[in-house]
Design a protein around this ligand. Sequence first.
Ligand code: BGC
Length: 267
Amino acid sequence: MNTLLKGQVAVVTGAGSGIGAAVAVALADAGATVVVNHPNVPAPAEEVVGKIKSNGGTAIALGADVSKEDEVIGMFRDIVAQFGTVDILVANAGLQRDSPFIKMSLADWQFVLNVNLTGQFLCAREATREFLRRGPDSSRSVATGKIICMSSVHQVIPWAGHCNYATSKGGIKLFMESIAQELAPHKIRVNAIGPGAIKTPINRVAWETPAAEAALRTLIPYDRVGVPEDIAKAAVWLASDESDYVTGTTLFVDGGMTLYPGFATGG
Ligand code: BGC
């Protein structure tokens, strides 16, 4: 337990598993009160809340589908009613629906874009409205608010068979940078984290057998598959005053996956 985020309220979307769950636990360990959002599937989120409480932290689970405007507005209304305000948003909710381009259904294209990109737009907009309503309060944080967009190495690495997902992450990059530019005068910091291959349910097939993990490691110069805690540590830093001069940046936490590993020996 440290005190980097003491007295602050954080919302983590899609926090019932994987990276979101680890981020929620780490923010609470740093002293934040954490809202563990889930897409109306309470059991895993309640488990994360239980873990936070057993670590001595404060958390609640709140259901909302981030791709639905009324649900997002309702969630932020609930949070402000319960905790007074919000200081930190980690817009993490994201998913994959993979298929070859020519076989991709419109439904799979739209579903991924709706959750991964529109979900970040809706949550960031409601968080920002609350930051501006509350205004600066240096007893909470130097910045008036902090937004962390969960992106991916696939905001820069094209990904055959996953064009909906890569498009959503490429979109997050310019969404994040555009609102960072717009909100900096209001002392709202907006950044992204670009995780590489992290062991979570979303990519289980890529690491669950020794052969799959060995193949995956050929894409990672640092030669290990990441764990959710690698991302959680970066999120705590970006949410805290320790990163007060950082805005509009994507922090890749990827063991070097974005370093064109194929060129280590070729070219
Ligand atoms: C994807 C994972 C993938 C990783 C590296 C992530 O954004 O969700 O499925 O393993 O990027 O390719």
